[in-house]
Design a protein around this ligand. Structure first.
Ligand code: NAD
Ligand code: SER
Length: 339
């Protein structure tokens, strides 16, 4: 059996956690994990190699490339939206320059190995920017080509990196006499806010969803920083991980786009609270909107049109809102906090 080597950057984060668990179940995969921060021993034990380091460290990236032949790169490392808005210079460095370093690693690897390297990139609904609540309500489920006018540093970084990845796949060094085209097979997913039962997010703006639930499970009061009627798309973490694995495995000839929307459910903050209260009736949640973070949420779409993903590579979330709470979030979160 040919073993595939998969590089995951940002491996100690929320998606990394889910992705490593899923890849560990595949016998023919070995994971090389890279992150600024260490991961729990149980997670590290599932990896072939764990490297603590910075994606901005070019010498480190080159040494990884010299040591391994990667088949697939999941480039997850990034600063999320709230943190990026507070530190735009750092966000540009990590989110854009860091992504360039990984695309360079991918193109270098494709030359060394003489084949395409699959590059998975988690983009975000933050690439969209709706100018008003009225426009947001009228827009409904946005298509991939609509409203690409992000209003945040993070969304701007993500949209540009989608274009960078597309450039590396389709036009890289197009003036060279021996121009090598299509050696990086860049595939992007515009994720909604992800909700995990195993980890709690930091630095994002969709964090109010998971924070509400995790605080309720611990019996802690939670002042929610958006209005009760605030609505954006969300997804259960297992579906987010499945989407990455499905898109990575999809035959290139089936793909009609480089970047896809994926949707699952799109509750208001009030609806998330209603589901939370079914399991934790004493949940002490108040709505105390932070006007500035609320402004970011108001600029993101209510929901996304994911027809292309469904048609091209069979995307279908396993979890709608009701099932996500009943069969994934509530049982796992209850177990987590009653250990
Ligand atoms: P996370 O914050 O939990 O994980 C990000 C990881 O990147 C962290 O472990 C962090 O230490 C690491 N990192 C940051 N800077 C680094 C650097 N310079 N070098 C090496 N590692 C670095 O985030 P996540 O939820 O796991 O998100 C992973 C990716 O998915 C990100 O690109 C994010 O933008 C994207 N995404 C996430 C969501 C979501 O709701 N979680 C939604 C859309 C897109
Ligand atoms: N969930 C992410 C954030 O809030 C969006 O990509 O930053």
């Amino acid at each position: 059996m040919a073993v595939k080597t998969v590089l995951i950057t940002g491996a100690s984060g929320e998606i990394g956690h889910g992705l490593i668990q899923a890849l560990a179940e595949q016998a023919d995969v070995r994971v090389v994990a890279l992150d600024l921060h260490p991961m729990a021993d149980a997670m590290a034990a599932k990896c072939y190699r764990v490297v603590i380091g910075d994606i901005l460290d070019k010498a480190l990236i080159e040494s990884l490339s010299a040591a391994h032949d990667f088949d697939v790169i999941h480039h997850l490392a990034a600063l999320l939206s709230t943190k990026s808005e507070r530190q735009p210079m750092l966000a540009h460095k990590v989110n854009v320059e860091g992504t360039m370093n990984l695309l360079e690693l991918a193109i270098g690897q494709s030359r060394l190995q003489g084949r395409e390297i699959t590059f998975l990139y988690p983009s975000s609904v933050a690439v969209y920017g709706l100018p008003s609540l009225d426009a947001k309500r009228k827009a409904g489920k946005v298509k991939e080509t609509e409203w690409l006018t992000p209003r945040t540093m993070y969304g701007t970084n993500k949209l540009y990196c989608e274009l960078l990845g597309t450039y590396y796949s389709e036009h890289y060094r197009q003036l060279d006499a021996d121009a090598v085209q299509g050696r990086v097979d860049f595939r992007g997913l515009r994720f909604p806010g992800l909700i995990s039962a195993d980890t709690v997010p930091t630095g994002g703006t969709s964090d109010y969803g998971p924070e509400m639930l995790h605080n309720a499970a611990q019996g802690k009061a939670y002042p929610c920083f958006v209005r009760e009627d605030a609505r954006i798309p969300f997804m259960a973490m297992p579906d987010g991980v499945t989407a990455l694995l499905q898109l990575a495995a999809a035959p290139a000839k089936k793909l009609t786009r480089r970047v896809y929307n994926i949707g699952a459910f799109a509750p208001s903050a009030g609806e998330i609270l209603a589901f939370t209260k079914k399991a934790f009736p004493k949940a002490a949640v108040t709505f105390s909107p932070d006007q500035k973070r609320q402004g970011i949420i108001d600029g993101w779409p209510e929901d996304v049109n994911d027809d292309a993903a469904r048609v091209d590579w069979g995307w279908k979330p396993a979890f709608g809102l009701e099932r996500a709470f009943a069969e994934y979030l509530l049982p796992a979160i209850t177990r987590r906090y009653t250990k």
